[in-house]
Design a protein around this ligand. Structure first.
Ligand SMILES: Cc1cc2nc3c(=O)[nH]c(=O)nc-3n(C[C@H](O)[C@H](O)[C@H](O)COP(=O)(O)OP(=O)(O)OC[C@H]3O[C@@H](n4cnc5c(N)ncnc54)[C@H](O)[C@@H]3O)c2cc1C
Length: 477
């Protein structure tokens, strides 16, 4: 990048607030997706005012800006597709104020999810979404992706906790949106607009989150089945009871097999399973719900049902579930698990049909696909095993993914339950949200007329999904 512009940046953040070192640029070209693109400069602001000054420079000079939190996104949304500035927010990491009486906490966007909950637990409260990346993802990234996770079925997604936030517009204007009150019907819900905005409408710098009490008691039950359809039916029957579990994780046969092989059999040997967590204020409520889970599982032909209060045992199940992504590599030597059709949502009642359809599609395209996910809210994850050196593998993978997404849309679902769109799902998102695209573009052009904020992604993506892969596929270049 031109020295003249770097001098302007240095005036705002100081010498240690930015870097053009090639190793730094390389690292900040990744998130956890399949893509990579090198930025021209990485800037680490410490205040909202610094972000505002940087945005004024970028807007004047028409330099692309990609905001970044923990870089754990799985769709390439934090990859600087058009180069320019990566605005890495990790130094804005203060928990500023907690008002238990008013039920809110004010945080800077670089606070890591688990660190926030460690602090909130001192007061008996928590911020529930629980993404699988809880140890590394940051509040700004969670808001910008509207992240959620295992507990969304009972407690909601990130957007459900955002009372207000501060963001910096493309031209540097600082906007405080929303309130610190539990209710707010004053005008357009601008804070909500920023949820899921993927760094395209502004740079979020501070967030006010609503607090929720942490349930005092919880227990889990692992239920094994001979077929995934019965596991899926068990989930819909549970909800019909009615019983909303704190979380309910589904794993298909490939996911169970891979985890047992890679991690020394932490799970029952079965075709498919669900791990159901129930919580509440008293032992009686938890016991009652645990009994209901066991009864419904048995009525759906479960081959084994194991309730547990043992925290070590439950942690072993949870770790096993969280290790699906990494365990899959044991399935096929020379193949890696990649995030292609990674995260979709279908109506809960359609989960069994969706999982069976994914298996058929995988067979048709001769690719290995494992399915698992937060099934009680209809959010499924599929991981695909590919030889990353083979263009043919990537092409069959993309063909399968396209059909998987088409199936989800046909079932009344969406291409993203929680990970967002970025690059990886842009073309499928364009198909899904056809009637929204004009409005999306109007909002984007109004808030960012020079198109500098995270440009070229989601509805504006026009590339070839096989370009810019971070894998060494020479045949794909
Ligand atoms: C192992 C693993 C498990 C995961 N499990 C889950 C899960 O269960 N649920 C889930 O929802 N996701 C999950 N994810 C995906 C990802 O962790 C989440 O979407 C997370 O919220 C991203 O946060 P981040 O701080 O890493 O954001 P990044 O990846 O850095 O950025 C994500 C997006 O937010 C934008 N952004 C970041 N900060 C700001 C800001 N301050 N202002 C404006 N825009 C900003 C970026 O430009 C980008 O578009 C998982 C990822 C991994 C690797």
């Amino acid at each position: 990048m031109d020295r003249r512009i770097l001098d302007k940046i240095e005036k705002v953040v100081g010498k240690d607030g930015y870097s053009t070192d090639s190793a730094v640029l390389y690292i900040y070209g990744f998130d956890a997706s399949i893509y990579h693109h090198t930025p021209d400069v990485v800037i680490q602001p410490r205040t909202t005012e610094q972000v505002s000054e940087i945005m004024k420079i970028a807007n004047e000079e028409k330099i692309p800006v990609t905001p970044r939190g923990g870089g754990t996104g799985l769709c390439g949304s934090a990859v600087p597709l058009k180069g320019g500035i990566v605005l890495a927010m990790q130094k804005m990491n203060k928990i500023k104020n907690i008002s238990v009486a008013d039920l809110w906490v004010d945080v800077e966007v670089g606070v890591v999810y688990d660190d926030l909950n460690k602090e909130l637990s001192k007061y008996g409260y928590f911020f529930p979404p629980s993404p699988g990346s809880a140890e590394a993802c940051m509040i700004g990234g969670m808001v910008a992706n509207n992240a959620s996770g295992m507990r969304a079925v009972k407690y909601g997604a990130t957007r459900d906790f955002v009372l207000g936030l501060t963001f910096v517009k493309a031209d540097g204007e600082i906007v405080r949106a929303g309130t610190r009150t539990i209710k707010d019907s004053s005008g357009y819900q601008l804070a909500r607009l920023m949820c899921g905005s993927e760094g395209q409408l502004g740079v979020i710098t501070e967030v006010t989150l609503k607090l929720t009490t942490k349930p005092k008691k919880s227990a889990s039950c692992i239920c094994a089945f001979n077929d995934v359809a019965s596991a899926g039916k068990c989930i819909t029957d549970l909800i019909a009871k009615p019983l909303i579990p704190a979380s309910c994780e589904l794993m298909d046969s490939l996911a169970v097999f891979a985890v047992n092989k890679a991690r020394g059999n932490p799970l029952p040997d079965c075709d498919s399973l669900i791990i159901v967590e129930v919580d509440g204020e008293t032992d009686e409520v938890v016991e009652r719900d645990l009994r209901t889970v066991a009864e419904v599982a048995e009525a759906n032909g479960a081959v084994s049902v194991k309730p547990s209060h043992d925290k070590t045992e439950i942690a072993r199940w949870t770790d096993a579930r969280k290790s699906v992504m990494t365990s899959l590599s044991v399935l096929k030597p020379g193949h890696v698990s990649v995030s292609l059709a990674d995260d979709m949502g279908v109506p809960v009642s359609k989960v069994p049909e969706a999982v069976e359809a994914f298996a058929q599609i995988a067979k048709k395209h001769n690719v290995t696909v494992a399915t698992y996910g937060h099934a009680s809210d209809g959010n499924l994850h599929t991981k695909m095993m590919l030889d990353p050196y083979s263009r043919d593998d990537w092409e069959r993978g993309i063909a399968a993914v396209t059909e998987i997404f088409e199936k989800c849309i046909e079932l009344g679902g969406t291409v993203s339950g929680e990970h967002g769109i970025g690059i990886a799902k842009a073309l499928d998102f364009i198909k899904e949200r056809g009637t929204n695209l004009k409005t999306y573009k109007e909002i984007k052009r109004a808030m960012d007329p020079n198109n500098i904020l995270n440009p070229g992604k989601t509805f504006d993506y026009e590339g070839d999904p096989l370009s810019g892969l971070r894998y060494p596929c020479r045949e794909c270049q």
